[in-house]
Design a protein around this ligand. Structure first.
Ligand SMILES: Cc1ncc(COP(=O)(O)O)c(C=O)c1O
Length: 372
């Protein structure tokens, strides 16, 4: 008997997530020196973790023999202070990805529909399919979520709606007013998962806490993987009503968040100057990339996050060529964007290198010359 015939059929048809290529993989595959490779593929923080978070992580390692606090007590207390909510309104996960899966465990069954933008972060689709529910994709308008069309796509079978602002892979944000209006307009049988993975980069992200307080079924997701620079430690969190958080807690593994990550996250929240500096440097890097790409005649999609889409022609070819030159970006054909690559804003030097390598690849196709 084939082993696969024993598997849950939804597992066999489940698409596989393709992460940004790790530096060591590229070095191995292409025979390159890893120290000369830069990764601008996964929207990580090029400035690393805050020094405070690093120190806290090192200190936590000293107690590596002990299981972590399964309830993330200290981190939830700190988050409660940060957000002026109760600690019982927070769930902490092994990255916000884990919380997306917990949402699926709690809410999704075959026959349910899940509304999401297209393209949007692919994990929404993966979680929906994993639990046998139906993906209802609503095309973006001008690269941003078409909130009116998403509202119109909700039926009595809709269980969840996923919205990210800024969206991945486009980097586009909806206005706070539009998002609040959209959240207010959803019917009572629908849970809104509002993904704020990149919200720290935005000036006026919406505040959905008043709607949560009114009893609306909303889960907001945040992560320490982006502006906090802790992607390796896998810590994300969600906030919502105590009832919603209790439900998510029922399907969570007992020690889902490691102690090093909890300690680092706690310290990262206390390093506001580092966050402000990262936001500032990201803006400067975004301008550098936008201007440099414009000089090369490469159109870009205006982004509110720490990455941007660049229309390079053949995205797969550009990705492969840049990779051979030691610059890892993200091809986005799987998101229906074959003419684009997605580039994470790097340090000034990394951005210069990306622009120079892209100019070389474009050759005579580049409109001007890179001025770095
Ligand atoms: C929109 C969005 N949400 C969630 C995540 C997951 O982040 P993490 O699991 O590292 O917290 C990502 C990661 O790229 C993302 O782009």
């Amino acid at each position: 008997m084939e082993l696969s015939s024993l598997a849950n059929p939804s597992v066999l048809s489940q698409p596989v997530y393709e992460p940004g290529k790790p530096i060591d993989d590229v070095a191995r595959e292409l025979g390159l020196d890893p120290s000369g490779i830069i990764k601008l593929a996964s929207n990580e923080n090029p400035f690393g973790p805050s020094p405070r978070a690093l120190a806290a992580a090192h200190a936590a390692l000293e107690h590596g023999q002990l299981y972590p606090d399964g309830g993330c007590y200290a981190l939830r207390q700190r988050l409660a202070r940060e957000w002026s909510l109760g600690p019982e309104q927070f769930v902490v996960g092994n990255g916000s990805n884990e919380i997306l899966e917990l949402v699926g465990h709690v809410f999704l069954r075959p026959g349910n529909e899940v509304v999401m933008g297209a393209p949007a972060f692919v994990v929404y689709k993966l979680v929906t399919l994993l639990f046998g529910a139906r993906v209802v994709e609503v095309p973006l308008r001008d690269f941003a979520h078409d909130l009116d069309a998403m509202a119109a796509a909700v039926t009595e079978r809709t269980k969840l709606v996923f919205v990210a602002s800024p969206n991945n892979p486009t980097g586009t944000a909806n206005t706070a007013d539009d998002l609040v209006r959209f959240a207010r307009g959803l019917p009572d049988h629908v849970v809104l998962v509002f993904d704020e993975a990149y919200a720290e980069y935005v000036d006026s992200a919406p505040d959905l806490r008043p709607l949560i307080a009114e009893g609306r079924k909303i889960l907001c997701l945040r992560t320490f993987s982006k502006i906090h620079g802790l992607a390796a430690l896998r810590v994300g969190y969600g906030y919502g009503s105590p009832e919603l958080i209790r439900l998510l807690g029922r399907v969570r593994q007992p020690f889902n968040v490691n102690a090093i990550g909890q300690a680092a996250a706690l310290a990262a929240l206390d390093d506001a100057p580092f966050i402000a500096q990262c936001r500032h440097d990201n803006r400067a890097g975004m301008r550098q990339l936008e201007e440099g790409l414009a000089r090369l005649g490469v159109p870009t999609v205006s982004s509110a996050a720490n990455f941007l889409l660049a229309q390079v022609g053949d995205g797969a070819e550009a990705f492969a060529a840049l990779q051979r030159r030691g610059v890892i970006v993200r091809p986005v054909a799987s998101y229906g964007l074959p003419f684009y690559i997605r580039i994470t804003v790097g340090t000034r030097e990394q951005n210069e290198r990306l622009l120079a390598e892209l100019a070389t690849w474009l050759g005579p196709r580049a409109r001007g010359r890179v001025v770095t």
